[in-house]
Design a protein around this ligand. Structure first.
Ligand code: DQA
Length: 145
């Protein structure tokens, strides 16, 4: 099973970015922990990790990712603005789960709207780095349904 993990803008700053909200783990460590965790689910999960601060680059990456079985995406701030990313996910007809470290619904009003989740089978938010692991478990089961 091939899973693509996309992280959007400013998530390359994890570790030092607002640690009281996002924790002190770096994105690289979150990715490595996800790889380790995946082995408790199946030994046949392969990952590609992609991070970009640019909306168009994320759209381009999604468009060329038809051969993946599933997508875990933290669109970060683009969650709340990007029809383009939502449309890109729909365009390749892939099972996707939206992930957030924090719980956007418990934060500012503008974070309560998610455009991108309209293209996803589920959303996991508020569990810090474990949100990615919970998303993988849910996605794995959805793909095998
Ligand atoms: C975030 C939540 C977004 O509102 C914010 O813009 C981010 C991170 C999260 O993982 O909690 O950059 O997606």
């Amino acid at each position: 099973m091939k899973i693509l993990v996309i992280n959007g803008p400013n998530l390359n700053m994890l570790g030092t970015r607002e640690p009281e909200i996002y924790g002190s783990t770096t994105l690289n460590d979150i990715n490595q922990e996800l790889v380790e965790y995946s082995k408790t689910i199946s030994n046949e999960i392969e990952f590609e990790f992609f991070q970009s601060n640019h909306e168009g680059d994320i759209v381009d990456k999604i468009q060329i990712s038809r051969d993946f079985d599933g997508l875990i995406i933290n669109p970060a701030a683009y969650t709340h603005t990007s029809v383009a990313i939502a449309d890109a996910i729909k365009s390749i007809n892939i099972k996707a789960v939206e992930v957030h470290l924090s719980n956007p619904n418990a934060r500012e009003e503008f974070r309560k709207t998610s455009y991108t989740s309209t293209s996803c089978v589920g959303v996991v938010a508020g569990f810090g780095k474990n949100s990615y692991k919970l998303a993988l478990l849910g996605l794995y089961n959805k793909i095998n349904e």
